[in-house]
Design a protein around this ligand. Structure first.
Ligand code: FMN
Length: 328
């Protein structure tokens, strides 16, 4: 058993979190991850209404009675979803852990605190992690430049970002981005993190509710098969390389307004990729870590393999290096 401040303070068996994932973070996956002793997270905005979110948590409760969380991604938008209503639905659902991301969660914190909910805020820089600690979140998750989704605009990879954050942050720290196996878990712990957060790796599991073609693509793809879109709009997103993301990058390279690419990046098209397995139907999120994903296990197999191999790496491979054993 790997014990960290995160496992102790959040009551989770293993220091592994399945990060919020639009269209992917549904009851089947989050429930299976939590049942395996890691922390599964349901993505609030995947549900069409706050009432659907309450029902989704109830569905996950049929799979597990272990701790489970909900992700609330708060992005600035022209027509924002009713964030306060989703927040109230999270509270009503009875979950005790929330992952916030996207922007400052301050206005929601008192509500979560009053309901006894612990908040993990996910961000992409040390300064935002410090700010989150100051406003009273219970843990921070920090995404390096390798990550799937929004890496921010600083371009600092995890190998530097995680220890830089660990030097400053006093609350539990979760390393995120580029982690898929026990090697990544042990490295993150060595860098000063108290646990890891994974997105892409959990998308390639049996319970992940995306088409088999998407999972197969994650296994086949290399670390070179992602694209950074929206760079020129200061809203960078790392997504799978395909005909659409290449076209978006091409249009952006000539200088463009959002309206020039809007038809390509519509969320409904990305959703089609996951539902129909048509890999070029739209933009879909994936990280560089796909280059080291080689199979599609169940979430339970993945978690127990990671924890078992991490113990082996720490207790045997690394321990064997002390005293000149020369172990590999
Ligand atoms: C398909 C997909 C959808 C995602 N959607 C969200 C989201 O809605 N909100 C969020 O905070 N993070 C989202 N993420 C980011 C993950 O929670 C996590 O931070 C990221 O995947 C970590 O990098 P990794 O993929 O290298 O493990 C998404 C990731 C993936 C792969």
């Amino acid at each position: 058993m790997l014990r960290t401040r995160f496992t102790e303070e959040f009551g989770i068996e293993h220091p592994i979190v399945q990060g919020g994932m639009m269209w992917v973070g549904r009851a089947e996956l989050a429930g299976a991850v939590s049942e395996a002793g890691a922390l599964g997270i349901i993505t609030a905005l995947t549900q069409p209404t706050p009432a659907d979110l309450v029902a989704e948590v109830r569905r996950a409760r049929e799979i597990t009675d272990k701790p489970i969380g909900v992700n609330l991604t708060i992005l600035p938008s022209i027509n924002p979803p009713p964030y306060a209503e989703y927040r109230d639905a999270i509270i009503e659902s009875g979950v005790k852990i929330v992952e916030t991301a996207g922007s400052n969660p301050q206005e929601h914190l008192p509500h979560f605190k009053d309901a006894g909910i612990k908040v993990i805020h996910k961000c992409t820089s040390v300064r935002h992690a410090l700010k989150a600690q100051d406003i009273g979140v219970d843990a921070v998750s920090i995404d390096g430049f390798e990550c799937a989704g929004h890496p921010g605009e600083d371009d600092v990879p995890g190998l530097v970002l995680i220890p830089a954050a660990a030097d400053e942050i006093e609350i539990p720290l979760i390393a995120s981005g580029g982690i898929a196996d026990a090697r990544g878990l042990v490295a993150a712990l060595a860098l000063g993190a108290d646990g890891v957060n994974m997105g892409t790796r959990f998308m390639a599991t049996q319970e992940s509710p995306v088409a088999r073609a998407v999972k197969d693509r994650l296994v086949e793809a290399s670390e070179l098969d992602t694209k950074l879109i929206f760079r020129t709009l200061n809203n960078t997103a790392r997504v799978a390389k395909n005909a659409i993301s290449e076209e978006v990058v091409q249009i952006e390279s000539k200088g463009c307004e959002f309206s020039d690419i809007q038809h390509l990046v519509a969320g409904a098209r990305g959703r089609k990729v996951f539902e129909d397995g048509d890999l070029d139907a739209g933009i879909w999120t994936a990280g560089m870590v796909q280059g080291i994903i080689r199979d599609v296990p169940t979430a339970g197999e993945l978690v127990s393999r990671m924890v078992g191999e991490a113990e082996e790496i720490i207790g045997s491979r690394l321990a064997g290096m002390i005293g000149g054993g020369g172990a590999r």
